[in-house]
Design a binder for this molecule. Sequence first.
Ligand SMILES: *Cc1c(COP(=O)(O)O)cnc(C)c1O
Length: 436
Amino acid sequence: MRFYSTNNPQVTVSAEEALFHSMPADKGLYMPSSLPFLGPSFFDSIANQSLADIGFAVSHALFNGAIPKPALEQLIHQAFPFETPVVELDAGRLGVLELFHGPSLAFKDVGARYMAALMSYFARNTDKEVNILVATSGDTGGAVAMGFHNVPGIRVSILYPRGRVSDLQEKQLTTLGGNVQAFEVEGSFDDCQSLVKQAFVDAELNQHLSLSSANSINIFRLIPQSFYYVSAYGQVRSYGKPIVFSTPSGNFGNLSAGVLAQQMGLPIEHFVAATNLNHIVPTYLQTGLFDPKASVATISNAMDVGNPSNFVRLTHLFQNSLDRLKQHVSGYYFDDEETRIGMQEVFRQYNYVTCPHTAIGVLGLQAYINTSDQDIVGLALATAHPSKFKPLVEEVIGQPIEVPDRLAMLASRQKHSIVIPATYSAFKESLLQTVL
Ligand SMILES: *Cc1c(COP(=O)(O)O)cnc(C)c1O
């Protein structure tokens, strides 16, 4: 499997290079040069297997022998000791695909754990420490922190916007210690993302440190997210209806992964891109104008992204044709008030508790279904467990909710972070102090 840069499709690099160097020097994004077309018969043959088995079968086809089969099988089973079940709300018509059964209770575990497994495999024979830098709007940080915690040869620095993540999200970032350091940035998520991007192109820093990213700009975060679309297909294909996925989106990694699965031959009828008031992509689908803006803070904070980093990938997947993109993707967006009502309605109608992001996915799906006369199975991706946003969710639905043990035990742990202003010089200085 080779990868090209979206800024220069002529040059390709190896999987290992794309894994460790996240971003090409020309500041494009890596994309697979060719995707195997696996086809419906391949997907039918693996559809009812575990997430790990599906991940192994698809990875084996992708890596095409670059990682020996037994090693690949082992590392993927280590990465995915959990499943992604479909929960039906209205049987055969509307359901959610629960992606929050991993350790950090959000879908980002899938990408982070796959990356950690591959990195530890490729780094097994070197003694140079790899430094992972990651900006988080909430859930990436926890998934990366837990995925890489205690992985030998890897150190993780996490940047998060001060006061803009939930208490439990913050605990996931700041209480592990060991090889994980949190930087609490006095700014927005976009500031954090921009600090990380500057670090990657800082020649001096790169001389001292072997830098890698675990943000969704890394193509190996994205690839494994295609596996659960396959798993979902297996769980609902017996209805024999076209399948529509609604993906609550921020940086659009999750949605792009669904498109990858579709282009490998998974039968997906349509996608819904559902966002909060940071509606850059839904607006693009409507007007053809891509107009990134400073992000707006909302109650679905993991989607507060004003300049979606995977937008370029999404358009590349459709040969930069707006018409093709629109054939496959419809956009909807919802403000906080609509999100709250959505959470209440899903709870009232189906007795199912959603986090605000998932509620936006369900709202997007319902909006799409209302405009479509096709008989479909609609699945909204349930991107995080509601208890990650406990105070908000309880206030909105007016009932106490349960917190899984692995999250509850964090509450009493001590927070450790380094507070920095949102300037590159401050970040660089304190990064060098902590890692050298
Ligand atoms: C990250 C995240 C999203 C957005 O996913 P993208 O791949 O960035 O579009 C949605 N919901 C939750 C809970 C998240 O953590």
